[in-house]
Design a protein. Structure first.
Length: 228
């Protein structure tokens, strides 16, 4: 096995690990938003205790979907698909016929997805940070929240990260540790897009370099066969 092929396989493994971490973090956030935050959170204000809705009225979730799409594509198409594609290519060596042609076609199809998958990750990274940073520093209007009696908070537009950052600034009765742990998961999948971008950049370059190397070797074998 050449160093280039070994580097590609290592990069493929790293990409699968990082993308499954991303998928797990986003899925954890979504599940918690659906199950736990419907109960709301109690907070103290002006000597009384009030109920805050678990989610604001205007909660933005598109960035989570975009991250999910990027990591899912990286894991399924480039990761699992890559294992099959490289196996098929290896199997089709020195073979002819319909199955061999299909195996090589699958490999070329997989390679053709490498750059679009990387661009999807790049777009997810830029979009998530742009949207999250645009809403950084927002705070909850405490008198307004106290008067809502648990109804959804109507003011402003929020990302999950910004909303729960603001919730943690309230005088919460309980659930602070729970909120903080899930807030860290939300920040986790946001910042995990950076190493995923770096790994996928290297992986994409290796996919293309290894393709060119394999085609050169294939042409040499064909010429040697014709000379015989």
């Amino acid at each position: 096995m050449s160093r280039l092929s070994l580097a590609l396989k290592v990069a493929l493994g790293l990409l699968m690990v990082d993308s499954i971490i991303e998928l797990s973090f986003v899925s954890s956030m979504v599940a918690w938003l659906h199950l736990r935050t419907g109960q709301g959170f109690l907070f103290n204000y002006d000597g009384s205790t009030y109920l805050l809705s678990g989610k604001p009225l205007n909660l933005m979730v598109d960035q989570g979907h975009t991250s999910n799409a990027a990591s899912g594509t990286a894991f399924i198409v480039m990761g699992l698909g890559g294992i099959l594609a490289l196996f098929f290519r290896y199997w089709s060596r020195n073979k002819s016929g319909g199955l061999a042609r299909f195996a090589r076609f699958f490999y070329y199809l997989w390679v053709s997805f490498a750059v679009p998958a990387f661009l999807l990750t790049t777009g997810a990274l830029a979009y998530v940070f742009a949207v999250t940073n645009a809403h950084e520093g927002q705070t909850i209007n405490t008198p307004l929240a106290a008067g809502l009696n648990g109804s959804t908070y109507p003011s402003d537009t929020w990302t999950p990260q910004n909303w729960f950052s603001a919730v943690l600034k309230l005088d919460l009765v309980d659930a602070r540790d729970e909120i903080r742990s899930h807030y860290l998961v939300m920040r986790g999948w946001q910042y995990n897009l950076i190493p995923m971008f770096i790994v996928q950049l290297g992986f994409t370059v290796l996919v293309l370099l290894e393709l060119f190397s394999w085609r050169r070797q294939a042409r040499v074998l064909v010429l040697e066969h014709e000379e015989k």
